[in-house]
Design a protein around this ligand. Structure first.
Ligand SMILES: Cc1cc2nc3c(=O)[nH]c(=O)nc-3n(C[C@H](O)[C@H](O)[C@H](O)COP(=O)(O)OP(=O)(O)OC[C@H]3O[C@@H](n4cnc5c(N)ncnc54)[C@H](O)[C@@H]3O)c2cc1C
Length: 448
């Protein structure tokens, strides 16, 4: 039996009323990153997770190069490399008319084992959480699993009330262990990190209850659906491409085939929610149709089998810039509380990647807590670091709404090695993406 299928012993639940230096709500990549960096700096952390390991997380399971410096800094990279995974060395794109282009990931990154992996989140998150819970407990903190955080506590009492929002400080959390009728606990800290994904209770407390702002904007939220399959043709082996297919019924979203190694494959699709609202077919039915009937894929799935119990949907809060809004993509900090990862709505709106940004913002939040910076400093730094690429990806998402443009672009790119090299560079280096803003550069590259 492999270690990530085992429970994780996180020790004793602290007494209700206990105080810590920081409380982290959620033990996914964002929460593990914040908790790990704070613990490594010697802080007493309380890390709270609703699930009980081993636990699944609906995802495409691709972990991009951006994540790897944090995976390494948190002490997980070596362990991860010793467990089974699929090493990604390229991305295969196809356009609605079935044309394909393969973009190789930079050879030197692949050689240095820094290009990216795909492996089930059940495994990735287990490795990360297991390591971080050790770091937290070694540094005097505590870890609780199976605990549902229900409320944020404030310095002006438990109720957000109607005191001035900029005067209010988050000062702790209330949680329940053992289901609806379970025991209630309260814990206190001068810093609370909301890392509980798209339905994070700290995000609701901050964005909605405290600032009365919009949390869910269906133009910037995406529905996602995934299944695991065995035996999909062309997905054998433990190194190769992940596949992104722009299929007519789904654009500007896409249908993906991400191998996980040893013949298992993560297959899924996603679509922006306000577009999904306009059509009657659900993602599950759309995917079924592609697998059974699409000329490009039906042969590949002919002898494949779905892994029982793996068909699941979830939401992706995108980090695309909202129209006419001052704080982008939305408010993500207040006195005493910081949001990271999906809780701050930071998923790349073109690729759907969110693990990297969760790890990155976990580190930024930890550093701001250690340095005692203001909520606005955090908001600014996160947008400084991620804003350009998120905005750029949003542009690409908008362009990919046009079927003819995708057909034309993929057709061109398939025939032009120079364009493939540019795409390789763009995936690896965010500076190279800047070139996309230059119409002359794009014109020259596409036409000549
Ligand atoms: C279908 C789909 C495909 C995707 N594909 C990819 C991909 O291939 N690559 C990629 O990089 N990203 C992908 N993403 C995005 C990625 O899954 C997220 O961006 C990433 O998981 C965000 O990490 P996080 O730590 O912010 O949140 P999460 O991973 O959601 O972790 C939140 C944690 O908080 C816990 N929690 C929730 N509520 C509470 C509560 N009340 N109290 C305590 N704990 C709580 C949860 O149990 C969970 O463990 C995909 C998402 C979806 C839905």
């Amino acid at each position: 039996m492999t270690s990530w299928t085992q429970p994780i012993d996180t020790g004793k639940v602290p007494d209700s009323g206990a105080s810590f230096d920081a409380i982290i709500v959620g033990g996914g990549p964002g929460g593990s990153s914040a908790a790990g960096y704070l613990a490594m700096a010697g802080k007493r952390v309380l890390l709270i997770e609703k699930g009980i390991w081993p636990r699944d997380k609906v995802c495409g399971d691709a972990v991009g190069g951006k994540s790897l410096s944090h995976v390494k800094a948190l002490g997980v990279k070596e362990t991860l490399e010793q467990t089974p995974h699929f090493r990604v060395n390229g991305i295969l794109f196809s356009s609605p008319n079935g044309k394909e282009v393969r973009v190789a990931l930079p050879e030197e990154d692949v050689a240095r084992l820094e290009a990216g992996y795909s492996l089930p989140r059940e495994q990735f998150d287990h490795l990360l959480f297991e390591r971080v819970q050790h770091l937290v407990r070694e540094n005097g903190g505590s870890v609780i699993q199976g605990a549902d955080v229900t409320d944020v506590l404030y310095n002006d009492g438990n109720d957000p009330g109607d005191g001035s929002k900029d005067e209010r400080f988050a000062s702790g959390v209330r949680l329940r262990i053992g289901g609806r009728k379970g025991d209630i606990f309260e814990f206190h800290a001068p810093a609370v990190v909301g890392a509980a994904g798209y339905r994070c209770p700290v995000a609701t407390a901050l964005v909605v209850d405290t600032y009365s702002e919009v949390m869910v904007d269906r133009k910037h939220y995406c529905g996602g659906y995934r299944e695991y399959w065995d035996g999909v043709k062309g997905c054998e082996g433990n190194i190769g491409d992940i596949e992104i297919h722009f299929v007519d019924d789904i654009i500007p979203g896409y249908f993906w085939i991400f191998p996980l190694g040893d013949g298992r494959v993560n297959v899924g699709c996603g679509m922006v929610m306000h577009l999904m609202d306009k059509q009657s077919k659900k993602l599950k039915a759309l995917q079924r149709d592609i697998i059974l009937n699409h000329p490009q894929f039906k042969e590949r799935f002919a002898n494949a089998t779905i892994v029982e119990g793996t068909a699941k949907g979830w939401q992706l809060p995108f980090g695309s810039p909202r129209k006419k809004q001052k704080l982008q993509p939305r408010r993500m900090a207040m006195n005493g509380a910081w949001l990271v990862g999906d809780a701050a709505s930071l998923i790349d709106p073109f690729s759907g990647e969110g693990v990297g940004n969760a790890l990155v913002t976990g580190e930024i939040a930890a550093r701001h807590i250690l340095e005692g910076k203001s909520p606005m400093d955090y908001q600014m730094e996160v947008w400084d670091v991620l804003g350009k690429e998120l905005t750029n990806s949003y542009r690409m998402q908008s362009l990919s709404r046009r079927s003819w443009l995708l057909n034309w672009f993929v057709g061109k790119a398939g025939k032009k090695p120079a364009l493939q090299e540019i795409m390789t560079e763009m995936i690896a280096s965010k500076e190279a993406q800047e070139n996309l803003h230059s119409p002359w550069f794009m014109f020259k590259t596409l036409m000549f």
